[in-house]
Write a protein that binds this ligand. Structure first.
Ligand code: FMN
Length: 199
């Protein structure tokens, strides 16, 4: 698929078919994160992949409220055969930006901690976007969704380091025929992009 077509075709999938995703395809999908850019080439992002059905059930139980779980529509997402949890490790960036080449460039050891938009979040978002695109490329559907609660318990149950930052999770599987919906209109490039000055 042409890149422009891939980008335009990718949509969040909110209903997955019952089909399992082959282990080799999951590995192929995750391989893409190696190529994501990262500040200082720190590569401080990590991806925990949940394939075991009990672990996935426990993920949703830990992070979702009962009302949402009891809603029949939720099962369209909770039955996704793969859940990927991207997380990043702030300490890897602090360490990297305290190395001689970075200290020389920024002349400020606190640069990384004082950064208004932490690099570890930016990097994790970049890598997650690559993952969404690669899923489409491999004929899979994916949904990035926010984690609304239970982060502390989730980290503990999955042995994710306490220091880790999470931005959400990605459900992955084969798309079901009826899974796509668009409620809002996509803005035009004219609305999103201006040249030289924002007015
Ligand atoms: C930071 C972020 C959080 C999101 N959280 C959710 C979510 O919790 N549940 C959901 O169904 N979609 C979620 N989405 C998906 C957006 O609703 C979706 O990207 C948007 O409607 C545009 O549709 P498209 O990605 O299919 O083009 C999230 C997207 C982003 C970038």
């Amino acid at each position: 698929m042409e890149f422009s077509e891939l980008v335009a075709t990718r949509k969040m999938t909110r209903e997955f078919s019952d089909a399992q995703v082959e282990a080799s395809l999951i590995s192929e999908l995750l391989e893409v994160v190696r190529y994501s850019p990262s500040a200082g080439f720190t590569q401080g992002f990590r991806f925990l992949v949940l394939t075991d059905s009990d672990v996935r059930k426990s993920f949703f139980k830990t992070t979702s409220d009962k009302n949402w779980l009891d809603n029949p529509d939720s099962s369209k997402i909770t039955t996704a055969p793969v859940i990927v949890i991207p997380f990043s490790l702030p300490e890897t960036y602090i360490e990297r930006y305290n190395q001689p080449d970075k200290l020389k460039a920024h002349r400020n050891a606190n640069f990384i901690e004082a950064n208004e938009t932490p690099f570890w979040l930016t990097d994790m978002a970049f890598a997650t976007m690559l993952l969404l695109l690669r899923a489409e490329d491999l004929g899979l559907g994916a949904l990035f969704f926010a984690i609304h609660g239970g982060i502390y318990n989730l980290k503990e149950s999955l042995n994710i380091p306490e220091s880790a930052s999470l931005i959400g999770a990605v459900a992955v599987g084969y798309k079901s025929e009826t899974g796509q919906r668009h409620l809002r209109k996509r803005l035009s490039a004219d609305q999103l992009v201006k040249y030289n000055s924002w007015h």
